[in-house]
Write a protein that binds this ligand. Sequence first.
Ligand code: KG4
Ligand code: ZN
Length: 347
Amino acid sequence: MLGIESSCDETGLALCTPDGQLLAHALHSQIDVHALYGGVVPEIASRDHVRRLVPLLRQVLEEAGVAPEQLGGVGYTAGPGLAGALLTGATFGRSYAASLGIPALDVHHMEGHLLSPLLEPDPPDFPFVCLLVSGGHTQLVEVEALGTYNMLGGSIDDAAGEAFDKTAKMLGLSYPGGAALARLALEGDPEAISLPRPLLDRPGLDFSFSGLKTAAITRWRELEGAQREDLAASFQAAVVDVLVARACRALDVTGLSRLVVAGGVSANLRLRTQLETEVTSRRARVWYPRLEFCTDNGAMIALVAALRLSAGERTDLSISVRPRWPVSDLQPPSRKTRNPLMQNHAP
Ligand code: KG4
Ligand code: ZN
């Protein structure tokens, strides 16, 4: 099974067996190009995906020693993401499948992140709680089985990764700033500057990060450029405290003892260390994707494609993408052919 990711600024292709064992993967990141502009430029992203798709496909086929005729199906990210970027992978993937006479599938990018720890040895069993923390999403999801997802809570404003990126930009770090801010934080004192832990005093499982970001901006102005490392460390500590407390509350509320953390921010080491302590003290366990699969990649898309195509699900010949596609719309695999055009969504 071939998986194709092109929803934002990374072109990722991967091959796996029908039961989801990874055979090969390749990634091209556009970060250097977009860093010049301080953020992703959608038109540049689309044009770059077009240039990379064929060479990356050749690379994974060669690495796995697989001929195109041996492929059993193709899955590609159909949303959520940038419309133009999604269209490059979806058009390429759908057409390639048609040319080979094999089934194709629209894959939900966040389902890829959500299931990405299943690519690792010793994967978690269902059911589990998933903390999805990426540049565009901060969500807690109760995962009962493939496609059975109960939304427990989410951010009412900025996503955690977005808050990291905006604060990093303020501190003069280049795009995308999350990882750079985490590196700078290593040199600072996380208790030096007091910042709020939004919503933690309230019940429920929702998050809010825009007030924290504003508080950080206010402190930065007051400090007039001093204590940059301390501000990075204190900001990271505030975000991590909130994520850890909410994830633990989700385990308590659901009574589950398995936590999966996925998406770009799951690469954050402070988050991992603090979760490890808190979760194990509850006699629960936490799983992550390997570091390179925390951020966008083709392997997680190939995995979802493999699991769903093997269960008989297919998308018909039409090509359409869903730049906004809520995780809550996902269903267990169905043997019916999905016609994306029949769903109520923007072209
Ligand atoms: O999952 P991802 O690659 O893309 C989306 O689907 O959004 O996540 C990217 C996000 C960015 O906001 C980036 O700054 C953040 O993940 N990120 C991190 C770290 N590495 C990546 N945030 C905090 N600490 C990190 N080490
Ligand atoms: Zn992502």
